[in-house]
Write a protein that binds this ligand. Structure first.
Ligand SMILES: Nc1ncnc2c1ncn2[C@@H]1O[C@H](COP(=O)(O)OP(=O)(O)OP(=O)(O)O)[C@@H](O)[C@H]1O
Ligand SMILES: [Mg+2]
Length: 605
């Protein structure tokens, strides 16, 4: 799987994000206007103050009417501005949550498909973890970073302009004295960010070690390794503590830094103002107003520099998210796809060879076979509506063959045709609708069974879902669950057994109503009752469809119209179950072994 990262500029990335998440764009203009109106009040107040001093305090007399008038204006401005700013914050918050929600749904759907196509669960897990982190960063950014960037940016520019208008010399002095603050702040914040990252990593490391220590306690005890492992965990905890202390120490510099520079800048402004003021026609009010403006100018600097970092992180996260969304699922689609004929479809494997592409990661280093063909000249025609079982030793290439039929990969040589159309010519969405794969380990989302079924068709009503369960003769199973369709399956479906996860996946497949079904039976042991239910559901689901069941339980093979036997990537036998048993070849031996193993299991249990 390619990951086209770091290819887009920041502006490009933001542009793309807005296109991917249209919720962000809705009403953005008004939000900006409201935010600016909110920022405006912070400039109006110093100006009002200046007016109050210069016009309200003439010749040692207070002109109450002027001061009251200005105060009323001040109250009105603050009220309106507060309202405007609140509204802007709320609007931005709602929009960004909507955008993030849409993004999350699309991301996980995409990753789910990738996980099927990528043939590598471990890497998909890492991808999910990383992207979850990225979306979290984005959500934090949207929560305040985006708004702060907008408000602080406008505020600083407008305040600077007003300061220059009051007295350019004082303004320039204020800017010059304040400049090192921005630079220092960026420095310290950069250190803080690295320290924070390190602290988070240490924390994750410690948590995972603790969970291993607890989860693996039996194994550790059995090997007398508990002491050693506990020591290692304690060391990690110490490293974690150190890294958090470092974060605290650096953080402690940030706050006083701003204070010191505010004091310096304001002192410089006051000194210069008092010294030069009278000659330059600087009134007392203008002087006071200017001091307030200087504070206003300094206030957002710390936040602004911090937001810049956050923006960079958010852009990097967004870039990765877009990279994942842009990763094509399976081989590229034909530029001029053909439509599949309607009705039942036959499957034709024409002289198919397949080798997994060479990998440069740990798996390849561990010596896993790669580059070496795992399928050799497989040829088989499966007429429309036939039920075929694919059997073979572990590693013989059954799952791989299933992947080729679903075009999660293309053969290295030869081709696969569906309804007479080469798979390379079929449009992706057409293929996904007409052919469904139930993988060995189907992925379930943390949610209810209904949620996981509705994944196939979001418009399906609970009634329709219940009917689908009933249609596969699984009503008794559903009735036995604690909350029926509303039973929570847990993260990755962990509350259900492997067999039950496949039951859910079978019902999910039936909702799509495909012409071709590829089922990869769970290898892990399935209890007897679930096995019966799986068999029943598969039988119902296969009816009237072309089906390829990768059978680990030969009872499935015994029920099929036809059995294909793979051995080290070659198709060595092909025929009806009875005929193959009678022929006394590879299949007959497998079947005998399976029958005696199951009998042995029955008698011992
Ligand atoms: N993602 C992959 N990358 C590289 N090699 C792979 C990959 N998946 C499988 N293989 C290799 O391809 C060969 C066939 O594997 P496959 O998973 O198709 O076998 P299988 O018949 O489904 O086995 P099982 O009965 O254990 O499910 C094996 O040698 C396996 O090591
Ligand atoms: Mg397999």
């Amino acid at each position: 799987m390619s990951e086209p990262l770091g290819r887009w500029s920041a502006v490009d990335t933001i542009g793309r994000s807005v296109r991917e998440a249209p919720a962000l764009r809705r009403g953005f203009g008004l939000t900006v206007l409201l935010a600016m109106a909110g920022a405006g009040a912070r400039i109006v107040l110093p100006i009002l103050l200046q007016q109050a001093i210069d016009r309200g305090l003439r010749h040692g007399r207070v002109r109450v009417d002027v001061v009251v008038h200005l105060a009323l204006i001040g109250v009105a401005v603050v009220a309106v501005a507060t309202l405007a700013q609140r509204t802007a914050v709320a609007r931005l918050g709602i929009r960004s949550e909507q955008a993030l929600f849409g993004l999350r749904v699309r991301l996980f759907e995409h990753i789910h498909r990738l996980s099927i196509a990528d043939h590598n669960d471990e890497r998909t897990g890492a991808l999910v973890a990383r992207v979850t982190g990225d979306v979290e960063t984005l959500s934090q950014f949207f929560a305040w970073g985006g708004l702060a960037l907008l408000l602080d940016g406008t505020l600083m520019v407008v305040v600077a302009a007003v300061m220059l208008a009051y007295d350019w010399l004082l303004a320039v002095v204020a800017f010059l004295v304040a400049a090192p603050l921005a630079i220092l702040l960026r420095r310290v914040q950069a250190h803080l960010l690295t320290a924070n990252d390190a602290a988070r990593a240490r924390n994750a490391e410690m948590l995972s070690q603790i969970s291993e220590l607890v989860g693996g306690s039996e194994t550790l005890r059995a090997y007398g390794a508990s002491r050693h492992y506990a020591d290692a965990t304690a060391a990690t905890a110490r490293r974690r503590a150190d890294s958090f202390i470092r974060v605290g120490t650096i953080g402690a510099f940030l706050f006083p830094l701003g204070e010191v520079f505010s004091a310096l800048t304001v002192s410089a402004v006051i000194t210069l103002g008092v010294w030069l003021g009278p000659d330059r026609g600087l009134t007392a009010g203008a002087m006071v107003g200017f001091v307030f403006l200087t504070y206003r100018f300094l206030e957002p600097i710390a936040e602004f520099t911090e937001v810049i970092d956050q923006t960079q992180t958010a852009v990097a996260g967004m870039r990765r998210v877009l990279g994942v969304l842009g990763t094509p699922i399976g081989p590229p689609e034909s530029a001029d796809p053909q439509r599949l004929p309607s009705g039942p479809l036959d499957v034709y494997l024409a002289n198919v060879d397949f080798a997994y592409p060479r990998r440069h990661d740990a798996e390849a280093e561990r010596g896993a076979s790669d580059d070496e063909p795992v399928l050799h000249q497989v040829t088989a025609h499966i007429p429309a509506g036939q039920q075929v079982a694919l059997v073979g030793e572990t590693g013989s290439g059954k799952t791989t063959l299933g992947r080729l039929v679903a075009r999660l990969a293309d053969p290295t040589r030869g081709q696969v045709l569906l309804g007479g159309v080469p798979l390379t010519e079929v449009a992706n969405h057409d293929l996904r609708r007409r052919l469904v794969v139930v993988p060995q380990e189907p992925f379930l989302f943390d949610g209810t069974i209904a949620d996981n079924l509705a994944f196939a068709d979001p418009s399906a009503t609970p009634q329709r879902l219940a009917e689908a369960v009933e249609a596969l003769d699984l009503g008794d199973w559903l009735a036995g669950l604690p909350a029926g369709l509303d039973t929570e399956v847990g993260p990755r479906g962990s509350q259900l057994s492997a067999g039950e996860r496949q039951l859910v996946a079978l019902v999910r497949a039936s909702i799509v109503d495909p012409a071709v079904l590829v089922l990869d039976e769970a290898t892990s042991s399935v209890d007897a009752l679930t096995e019966v239910r799986l068999g029943r559901a598969l039988e119902r689901l296969s009816r009237g469809r072309t089906s390829i069941a990768i059978a680990h339980r030969l009872s499935t093979a015994a029920r099929a119209d036809r059995v294909l036997v793979l051995d080290h990537g070659r198709l060595v036998e092909d025929g009806a179950h009875r005929d193959l048993v009678d022929a006394g070849g590879a299949y007959a031996r497998m079947y005998d072994a399976w029958v005696s193993a199951t009998d042995a299991a029955r008698t011992t249990s």
